[in-house]
Design a protein around this ligand. Structure first.
Ligand code: HEM
Length: 388
């Protein structure tokens, strides 16, 4: 009797949660298409988990077989090519929608109270996504996989005293070997589930306060409408639009975002002439490479990423929405262009003047967060926001 009752309670609990999240949830009626990207992120997370799970049924995490097992998926397994291309291009679309989701947060000040914890969980998710994507890129065991793993894991040698030991511990030996591939595979399998749990928490916390809106006016003073049917339809329409570039990539240009060197089996004796990461790492890679000192470069790169955590404390203005602040709005778009340009620089051979321009862009990125945002927000708080 007891298990039956508890199961019934569990079903009832799940049903009431789903009902309150997907049907009843009071949503500001004026949210724009930029509020679609949370749902789209969740969609691509689901795609990655499902397609990744199917790929694991054919993949062999061994240095002698990994490359061939991927070729087997592509050539012999029924629709194996489709599953693989959905997964590899799905990662790109996932990053694209999450980048827009983050930029929406930056523009409208979604990081501020009372959504600070939503923002923090988001930043943790973003960092975990980067880790997961890097680990996944190593698995096909092509030249780019192997050398990307070599470059990235070698970063830990900048840790004073124990750096070298840490590297051998991560490798599970004195070079990248079978143990390395195995642990990367295990982590690549488990991390998406950690991201999924964090995403649920992200949503749970958001639902405690409710979504913000493009006007930046406190939502209780706005008209709110139920999530179903209005935003279910709107989210599905957004999905339909995003499925167009996704299908174009998967069916017509599946290798456009990849690198041809990854169709050569990993060879520790031959370094590729030009090691480049996937496009979504390029801005950070651009920052790293523009600084010749390895330790300083790494510090600047990590600070450029982790500064997202400090944003709720750096922006002191009462009104964080940039729609009403012409100077901050222009600077925001300049920051976005600068970030994209860093991505371009990251894809180029590091020679003169790429490194020099990169240095300027990298420092502007930091300046934006640690000087322009705090100073301008303080000026706004004192002279502008009070009057509104
Ligand atoms: C797996 C990745 C993610 C998923 C599935 C996800 C999901 C969602 C969903 C469904 C919403 C509500 C709809 C919307 O506002 O778009 C939302 C809101 C939000 N997300 Fe995410 N998110 C993810 C990553 C991130 C990241 C990386 C950040 C920031 C660094 C972030 C910050 C926020 C914020 C601040 C809100 C509240 C927006 C507002 O109402 O102003 N999220 N997220």
């Amino acid at each position: 009797m007891y298990p039956f009752v508890s199961n019934l309670l569990l079903v009832n609990f799940a049903y009431s949660k789903l009902y309150s999240y997907l049907v009843k949830y009071p949503t500001p009626s004026n949210i724009s298409i930029f509020w679609n990207f949370g749902f789209l992120s969740a969609f691509f997370l689901g795609v990655q988990i499902v397609t990744g799970f199917v790929l694991t049924m054919f993949y062999t995490p061994h240095v002698d077989y990994a490359f061939d097992s991927i070729q087997h998926v592509m050539r012999d397994v029924n629709y194996g090519w489709l599953i693989r291309y959905l997964h590899s291009n799905g990662a790109s679309l996932f990053f694209a929608v999450v980048y827009i989701h983050i930029l929406r947060g930056l523009y409208y000040g979604s990081y501020s109270h009372p959504r600070t914890v939503v923002w923090f969980t988001g930043v943790i998710i973003y960092i975990l996504m980067m880790g997961t994507a890097f680990l996944g890129y190593v698995l096909p065991w092509g030249q780019m996989s192997y050398w990307a793993a070599t470059v990235i894991t070698n970063f830990v040698t900048v840790v004073p005293v124990v750096g070298k030991d840490l590297l051998y511990w991560i490798w599970g030996g004195y070079s990248i070997n079978n143990a390395t591939l195995n642990r990367f595979y295990s982590l690549h399998f488990i991390l998406p589930f950690v991201i999924a749990v964090l995403s649920l928490y992200h949503l749970y916390i958001l639902h405690q306060t409710g979504s913000s809106n493009p006007l930046g006016i406190k939502a209780k003073r706005l008209e709110k409408i139920p999530f179903y049917p209005y935003f279910v339809i709107k989210d599905l329409l957004g999905l339909l639009v995003v499925l167009i570039p996704y299908s174009l990539l998967v069916f017509f240009y599946p290798e456009m975002l990849g690198h041809s060197d990854n169709y050569i089996k990993a060879n520790p004796l031959v370094t590729p002439p030009h090691i480049v990461p996937e496009w979504y790492f390029l801005p950070l890679y651009g920052i790293l490479r523009s600084i010749l000192d390895k330790t300083y470069g790494l510090v600047v790169m990590f600070v450029s990423m982790l500064c997202l955590f400090t944003l709720p404390y750096l922006d002191k203005s009462y009104i964080k929405n940039k729609t009403y602040k012409p100077l901050q709005r222009k600077l925001f778009w300049f920051f976005v262009l600068n970030f994209l340009y860093l991505g371009y620089l990251g894809s180029q051979t590091p020679t003169y003047p790429i490194i020099e321009i990169g240095l300027v862009c990298a420092h502007f990125h930091l300046l934006y967060f640690f000087l322009l945002i705090p100073v301008l927000s303080l000026v706004d708080r004192i002279f502008v926001d009070k009057r509104s």
